[in-house]
Design a protein around this ligand. Structure first.
Ligand code: G3P
Ligand code: MG
Length: 343
């Protein structure tokens, strides 16, 4: 195996493998880069027995800012250049569906102020509105929050009684769950016109979530509740109001849509590297901290999966809910174990 793979790589200059890294709990914890991350990326930049640069992508259920800005921040935190062409965040996949709603009013949720509106507009959504716009339009929509100066400055003047919302996109983790749950319910129950008479919802307002994570890991001592928790909270309130759950589309790891999108990104990187069409994907190794998203998704996509112990999953809590190809203490060990075949 050892000689075969390295000869194959040398002979065809094709990388025998590529890596996909989760971010939170693998490369960073909150704003801090994990020490193992810098050493790991060093190995992939050529400090390995094959003296080869091993291609990699980043795949996160995080989001909230444009890909370019997030790559700038990651580059400075990790001390390695991270390019938008190798970066996939929770809502990047929405670029493939923007054509359905580009010219229609949509509600975009998550992140701070109108950061997500700016992301949506860069994707091509021409009429993207926030729940803060709704609060600015009619403060009584949710009387228990007063807009901060920064929030008010981020709003657009819109008459939502004349602006039928066609779809609701939860891009990133909402900041004001109460306001957001109220406004989502208003849009769905009135068929798109906020404040309009409630009628039997016919599913005509599409609801899309971009990150299913119930838990994720930042620098706090215990995992944090993610966008999956917001979805559960919304569905619980909606069910109390209507007796049923509302149908929704889920993107993000572990969904097949996000992994298929990631394969198109990987294929493009390999084709640019090799200067020719890539039909057969090489071995993809996904390194993640969350069995529910990273390991389940990679296993489902037919990739190899490596579970690290620096994030959501903690070995002392028993075996992971999804079985990885192998486990490692951190991202550096995850790579060294795989590269050992070449050493
Ligand atoms: O909001 C981010 C969180 O849900 C997970 O991020 O990088 O571990 O997929 P990540
Ligand atoms: Mg993670």
């Amino acid at each position: 195996v050892r000689r075969g793979i390295s000869d194959h790589a040398t002979q065809f200059r094709e990388p025998p493998l590529v890596f996909a890294f989760d971010i939170d709990g693998v490369l960073v914890r909150g704003a801090q880069a994990l020490p193992a991350a810098k050493r790991a990326l060093n190995i992939l930049q050529g400090d390995n027995p094959m003296r080869m640069k091993i291609p990699f992508i980043l795949m996160t259920n995080g989001g909230g800012l444009g890909e370019e800005e997030r790559c700038r921040r990651l580059t400075s935190r990790l001390g390695f250049e991270i390019r938008p062409s190798q970066f996939i965040q929770a809502h990047t996949v929405l670029k493939t569906v923007v054509h359905k709603y580009a010219d229609h009013p949509v509600l975009v949720l998550g992140g701070r102020n109108d950061d997500i509106r700016k992301v949506a507009e860069r994707y091509g959504f021409k009429h993207a509105y926030t729940t803060l716009d709704v609060k600015a339009w009619n403060p009584a929509v949710w009387p228990f929050h007063d807009l901060t100066e920064a929030e008010r400055a981020s709003t657009k003047e819109v008459d939502f009684s004349k602006t039928p919302i066609r779809a609701i996109f939860v891009y990133h983790d909402p900041r004001n769950w109460a306001l957001d749950v109220q406004v989502i319910c208003d849009v769905i129950l009135s068929g798109g016109l906020i404040g309009g008479p409630y009628k039997d919802p016919d599913g005509s307002v599409e609801l899309i979530f971009c990150n299913p994570d119930l838990l994720w890991r930042n620098e706090f001592d215990r995992p944090r509740i993610g966008q999956g928790g917001f979805r559960v909270a919304f569905q619980a309130v909606y069910k109390e109001l209507t007796g049923s759950n509302y149908p929704y589309t889920q993107y993000g790891k572990p969904t097949a849509a996000t992994y298929q999108f990631a394969e198109t990104v990987l294929r493009k990187i390999l084709e640019d590297l090799q200067g020719k069409a890539v039909h057969q994907m090489p071995s993809v190794y996904m390194v993640g901290d969350n069995p529910e998203s990273d390991i389940a998704g990679a296993n489902g996509a037919g990739w190899h999966s490596v579970l690290v112990h620096t994030g959501v999953y903690e070995p002392e809590n028993g075996p992971p809910t999804h079985t990885p190809s192998y486990e490692a203490n951190d991202v550096e060990e995850a790579i060294r174990i795989r590269m050992r075949v070449f050493s």
